[in-house]
Design a protein around this ligand. Structure first.
Ligand code: TRP
Length: 371
């Protein structure tokens, strides 16, 4: 039964996904994004939102197990993506991991997705008793009139925080990228526990641009930590990173809330050096509300010559709530730099379970110095 006042998780998120795909110019007849979302959510997708989350997923702040993202660049890829966690009917760390593997089995077969990279590292990243916040997540990547693509995010802490380095280094080796670990960590891991691995991710496709990515969180960092991390990729201009943080982070000097995150992309043809660097700024921790976040993202897009209207279309695809009534609809903004060109990606929360309240008082967690 369809109850519009209390939709199910699938009804809520599939409406948002349809709207986003529509805005991105996908043919309306293409149901594959929504079908894949249904598979990913499994039986949990049929629960009413009023019943609350089945599992405290870390994908989003309100425990919705999906987060959307859109590339908003005039020259950028026209993609809509869903980051998602598969939650078992009887959830638990191991049960979720096993359900997530079954999702891959059926999806890979149906969509003819090559799983060699997953197979090569799964015994490292999928232990019997996974630890940490999750075992692995998916990104489902949709483009107009193209077959969906799948990316897997493994958790470097899945065998405990002290094993992360070992897993990541061995993961690269298994994928024939023996030098990638040193190339990625040389410029990005300097500050003890303040620089930590976040995700080890693999694209599951066999195109030449298919990537292996390492993500590193920089706790309590300044933009200079990101600039330094970016120097692992040849020829990047640190000013571009400073501008990004200046506009989106406002007057934040130390990112003391959620961390800045760096990522490096490696491809098979050049396994020794990262071809791209990306920086993720968790804007929701550095604004009062989403109205402020929207202003900053608009200013950023306008300064880069991108059309800021795309941002409002993406927001409208998800919600019609007043933007100053909450914080976190705009969760992260990322900047992609490197040989495949630059681009901006906006990460948008589904807010299925909760709209987080605006920040009250001064920006306490932001480490901002105020004006
Ligand atoms: N919700 C988590 C966080 O904000 C994980 C996450 C979701 C994330 N999307 C992300 C981390 C994009 C970095 C970039 O940390």
């Amino acid at each position: 039964m369809n109850d519009i006042n209390d939709p199910t998780l699938f009804e809520h998120t599939s409406r948002q996904l349809r709207n986003l795909c529509h805005e991105a110019g996908f043919p309306p007849s293409d149901d594959s994004p929504v079908e894949l979302l249904r598979e990913l959510l499994g039986a949990g997708g049929d629960r009413r939102l009023s019943e609350g989350p089945l599992w405290p997923s870390d994908v989003a702040d309100d425990a919705t197990p999906v987060e959307f993202s859109v590339a908003l660049d005039d020259t950028g890829e026209n993609a809509v993506r869903v980051l998602g966690e598969v939650i078992a009917d009887q959830p638990g760390m191991a049960a979720n991991m096993n359900a997530a593997r079954r999702f891959l089995d059926s999806t890979a077969r149906r969509l003819d997705i090559p799983t060699e990279r997953f197979d090569a590292v799964q015994d490292l990243f999928l232990p019997e008793d996974p630890q940490g916040k999750f075992s692995f997540w998916y990104s489902l990547i949709f483009r107009p009139s193209a077959k969906p693509k799948v990316k897997v995010y493994f958790n470097p802490d899945v065998r405990g925080e002290d094993r992360g380095r070992e897993l990541v280094a061995e993961g690269f080796r298994r994928l024939g990228m023996d030098d990638a670990y040193d190339a990625a960590t040389e410029h990005s891991i300097h500050r003890g526990d303040d620089d930590r691995f976040t995700f080890f991710a693999v694209d599951l496709d066999d195109s030449p641009t298919s990537r292996v990515k390492l993500y590193i969180s920089h706790y309590s960092a300044t933009v200079e930590e990101a600039v330094r991390a970016s120097q692992a990729v040849d020829g990047l201009d640190g000013e571009v990173i400073r501008d990004f943080c200046r506009v989106l982070g406002g007057d934040t000097e130390i990112y003391g809330g959620r961390p800045l995150v760096s990522s490096y992309s490696f491809v098979d043809s050049e396994p020794k050096r990262p071809g791209n660097y990306s920086l993720y700024l968790p804007i929701r921790d550095y604004v009062t509300d989403d109205a402020e976040a929207r202003e900053r993202v608009r200013a950023y897009l306008a300064a880069r010559g991108s059309d800021p209207a795309g941002l409002d279309r993406a927001i409208a695809a998800l919600t019609d709530r007043p933007l100053d009534a909450g914080r976190g609809l705009l969760a992260h903004v990322s900047l992609r730099l490197g040989q495949f060109g630059t681009g901006t990606t906006i990460y948008l929360s589904s807010e299925g379970y909760e709209v987080l309240p605006p920040r009250v008082g001064a920006s306490a967690a932001s480490g901002s110095v105020g004006v």
